[in-house]
Design a protein around this ligand. Structure first.
Ligand SMILES: [Zn+2]
Ligand SMILES: [Zn+2]
Length: 139
């Protein structure tokens, strides 16, 4: 386990903490129904990292669903305060996503794409300069 120096974060109650040792592979936002329900708002904002770059302290609970692609998406949250923190996709076992809202300092966060834009609520306003896709691009 490496000591992170790129970024750190925690859940609302502080029982789950994490540190990140290097920068993200990519960053994006998703409006799909699952992401809306898990975030409780119009979209989720995720930064994706190499799984070895993220060190997690504390117990999480998880909940899994099937993605449209057929792979299994697992979300990890604090069992005490409910903060939604991490995500894993069974088709990409070396990648972990971190929700941008749980970062201690997210000034570096800049989404490179917005997916499932067809499910975007009219009241959720996004950066129009970010490339936007109706669903999940396959390429
Ligand atoms: Zn918590
Ligand atoms: Zn989604």
């Amino acid at each position: 386990m490496s000591e992170g120096n790129f970024a750190s974060g925690k859940c609302l109650c502080g029982n789950v903490k994490y540190s990140i040792s290097s920068g993200p592979d990519r960053m994006g936002q998703c409006h799909c129904e699952d992401c809306r329900r898990t975030s409780g708002t119009g979209h989720i904002s995720n930064a994706f990292f190499d799984i070895n770059a993220v060190t997690i302290e504390g117990e999480t609970s998880s909940y899994s669903t099937k993605a449209d692609s057929g792979s299994t998406l697992t979300r990890f949250f604090c069992p005490n305060c409910g903060s939604r923190m991490f995500g894993k996709n069974s088709s990409k076992p070396n990648i972990i996503s971190v929700t941008a809202g749980t970062l201690d300092n997210a000034e570096w966060f800049k989404p490179g794409f917005i997916v499932y834009n067809r499910d975007k609520p009219a009241w959720d306003f996004m950066d129009t300069s970010v490339p936007t896709f109706d669903e999940m691009p396959t390429a």
